[in-house]
Every structure is written in structure tokens, then in C-alpha cells.
Write a new protein. Structure first.
Length: 192
């Protein structure tokens, strides 16, 4: 399906039938991506008395219960409700669903014992481009990213000035291939 959108006085033609999926899939396995010190996701068939609801066990349908944590088990979207006392739903706050996005690849910089993404790196990656959304892909981008166990690793994070730069740049939606934009252990500061 081809659609045309107008963006910054330009006409963009987009083929929605050819999406680029860079999400990290979720599996009920210890090899699933994980962070924040919790167990792997669970995907189990519902059981009614002796009846296990899977086609393989004679049921008419596969009928599963899925238990996971969006912050620990894969690709997810955040909103202000993650850091406020009041509950805010992404569905209530997100009014725009398609964004012109820039996928940027960043090699994290060493900062003492940490690896970080800096303002300078994002300035270089984005240049003068105006985008609604940014997708930050860190390298190395190897297949182990699909099963990485992040807990206790002090993963790469955004420096505060990098996050502030994205806000000033007008970025409305940030996607990143890490469990958080903040340092794993930061005493609750959440600077990014």
C-alpha cells in the first residue's frame, strides 16, 4: 500500500507494504532478551480442568496466557507514566502513530568504566535533519543482541546532554536497542 504524506513542505511517498522490522522478538526462553534482574517471559496454554488449550493437545485453538515485563523483555514504548506518580497510558498520550524517523548507528564511547552515547555523536548522526523520531542502533549489532542478558552489565546509556539535545532538536519519539536510556544503577537519578 503506497501512501503520500506531507512533511516539512515536502511530499514523501511511503510503501507501507514493505516495513522494516528491527524489533527484538519475545520468546518464553531463558535466551530471551532480559534486564532488571527478573525471570524470562512465560507463554503457556490455558488449562481448563484436564484440557490443555493447544491444537497439539486436541483443542480447537491455541489459547495462551502471556506474562512478561515490557521494560525487561524486549522492544517497548515509554511514556511519562513510567516516571510519574500518576498513571499515564501510552494509548491516551500518543496521538500520532506514524513518524518520519531516522535510524542512526552509534558506536558507544568509553567514559571511565561506562560506555555512553554523547550529544556530539547524535549531532554528527543527525546533522541538520529535522525528524520526528529517532531510532538509535548501537554497534556492534551482532545476533547476540536478540538474546542478551542485560542485568548487572552496566549497559550503554545516553549522557544527559545527549537527551537534552534530542529534546531541543524536537524529537517526539525515541527508540533504542537498550533496556533504558539511563545507567543501570544511577541511584534513581534518571538523568536522560
Amino acid at each position: 500500500m503506497i501512501t503520500t504524506i506531507h512533511y516539512n513542505s515536502r511530499k514523501l511517498v511511503i510503501d507501507l507494504s514493505k516495513p522494516l522490522d528491527i524489533s527484538i522478538p519475545m520468546r518464553a526462553s531463558k535466551s530471551n532478551v532480559n534486564a532488571w534482574y527478573i525471570d524470562e517471559p512465560k507463554i503457556e496454554p490455558v488449562q481448563f480442568d484436564e484440557n490443555i488449550m493447544t491444537v497439539a493437545q486436541g483443542a480447537a485453538v491455541n489459547f495462551n496466557t502471556i506474562e512478561f515485563n515490557p521494560h525487561a523483555h524486549g522492544t517497548h514504548t515509554e511514556c511519562v507514566g513510567h516516571i510519574t506518580e500518576e498513571f499515564h497510558s501510552v494509548n491516551q498520550n500518543l496521538k500520532q502513530f506514524f513518524f518520519v524517523a531516522e535510524v542512526v548507528t552509534v558506536a558507544p564511547e568509553k567514559l571511565m568504566k561506562d560506555t555512553v552515547i554523547s550529544k556530539k555523536q547524535l549531532q554528527f548522526a543527525l546533522g541538520n535533519k529535522k525528524r520526528d523520531a529517532i531510532v538509535i542502533r548501537t554497534i556492534p549489532n551482532l545476533t547476540d543482541k536478540l538474546s542478551r542478558q542485560h542485568s548487572h552489565t552496566n549497559w550503554t546509556y545516553l549522557k544527559q546532554d545527549a537527551a537534552e539535545f534530542l529534546v531541543k532538536k524536537g524529537i517526539k519519539h525515541l527508540l533504542i536497542d537498550l533496556p533504558s536510556v539511563d545507567r543501570e544503577e544511577d541511584g534513581g537519578e534518571l538523568r536522560a
